[in-house]
Design a protein around this ligand. Structure first.
Ligand code: ACO
Length: 317
């Protein structure tokens, strides 16, 4: 599988740590030293669907393809703007494609799961060119009265177009249940099932998530490198889920990697869940960081507890 285009979109509103410290009992110093985050973008006037469509269109522009050239759309979001139709169906209409569409949900690991499914669709010949869009509005379901979680997240959408061809892409995925990270939101009651609970926000045991993230990500990366029979330093860039700079540093040290091989944008984006890797990928692509033939590793983890890693050769000039 090869990535033939990338795109991303973030909201207009930039929410800095200093702005947060006006809203609650926190400080730029606490947030920066514990997480690496300085600011994040938050949806205010736009919708999540707007971001998703913008990211998809940027991908098409970069590749000079039309919507009609896409023959499958995989969209990933923890929560969409509406219950149905899927966000993928709306993107299908907006870009002028007419193809199968589906929304996935595997929390912050979503981009890796979507790539894995895309790889299978391409290998079986069910699709030739797939648009993947990861769009997340974390600000919608975090509790803004809980300083331990609300300072961590941002909103964003990232997208790629993938085609068959290039070198083998390797994956290692897993899910092992934990209740360390949950959002037990409500649905309306039916005559047969009463749901009296109010809206549930994201709940997180931060220290447990911290440890699980390092353990799972390091293991997944080791497994995927083993499958491809290569060593950690043979990989040019590790694009890790942007959850916390200290998590990224711990994974980097565990694998004994040089600093430059683990790029990050958490400083200005915060944790944007499944959008974090495709947004980082797009920013690095547009700043001409990669050269053709570079080996990229992606690794993410999230509620579930889902985690996964992927190894892919960069094919763009
Ligand atoms: N501002 C100021 N003080 C704060 C804040 C804040 N925003 N949040 C918590 N504190 C206080 C706490 O109340 C506590 O005070 P106390 O000592 O008086 O009790 C103190 O800071 C220390 O709190 P801890 O929770 O022990 O801080 P810790 O060092 O564990 O850092 C953090 C917390 C940043 C949440 C860390 O545990 C973490 O990053 N965990 C991983 C979170 C994560 O990555 N989640 C998402 C991954 S999966 C996904 O992407 C959905």
């Amino acid at each position: 599988m090869k990535i033939i285009a990338t795109g991303s979109s973030v909201p207009q509103l930039e929410l800095t740590n200093d702005m947060l410290s006006q809203m609650m009992d926190t400080s730029d110093e606490w947030i920066r030293t514990r997480t690496g985050i300085q600011s994040r973008r938050i949806l205010s006037t736009e919708s999540l669907t707007d971001l998703a469509i913008a990211a998809a269109k940027k991908c098409l522009d970069q590749s000079s393809l039309q919507g009609s050239d896409i023959d499958y759309i995989l969209c990933h979001n923890i929560v969409s703007d509406i219950v149905t139709p899927s966000m993928a169906s709306i993107i299908n209409k907006e870009i002028g494609s007419c193809c199968p569409t589906v929304d996935l949900n595997s929390a912050c690991t979503g981009f890796i799961y979507a790539l894995d499914i895309a790889d299978s669709l391409l290998k079986t010949g069910k699709a030739r060119r797939i648009l993947i869009v990861c769009a997340e509005e974390m600000s919608h379901f975090i509790d803004w009265d809980k300083r331990e979680t609300c300072v961590l997240f941002g909103d964003a959408a990232g997208a790629v177009i993938v085609e068959d061809g290039g070198d083998e892409t390797y994956f290692h995925l897993s899910t092992k249940y934990t209740d360390a990270l949950n959002c037990n939101s409500k649905y309306a009651s039916s005559p047969f099932r009463k749901r009296e609970m109010p809206y549930h926000y994201l709940e997180m045991r931060g220290r447990d998530v911290f440890k699980l993230a390092i353990l799972n990500s390091s293991n997944d990366i080791k497994k995927v490198l083993e499958k491809a029979n290569i060593k950690p330093n043979d990989v040019d860039y590790y694009l890790l889920h942007q959850a916390n700079i200290r998590i990224l540093e711990a994974i980097r040290k565990e694998l004994d990697l040089p600093e430059k091989s683990v790029p990050h944008n958490i400083e200005k984006r915060g944790n944007t869940s499944s959008a974090s890797i495709p947004v980082l990928l797009d920013e690095l692509n547009r700043s001409h960081t990669f050269k053709k033939g570079d080996l990229l590793a992606f690794s993410a983890f999230g509620a579930g507890f889902t985690s996964g890693a992927c190894l892919i050769r960069w094919q763009l000039d």
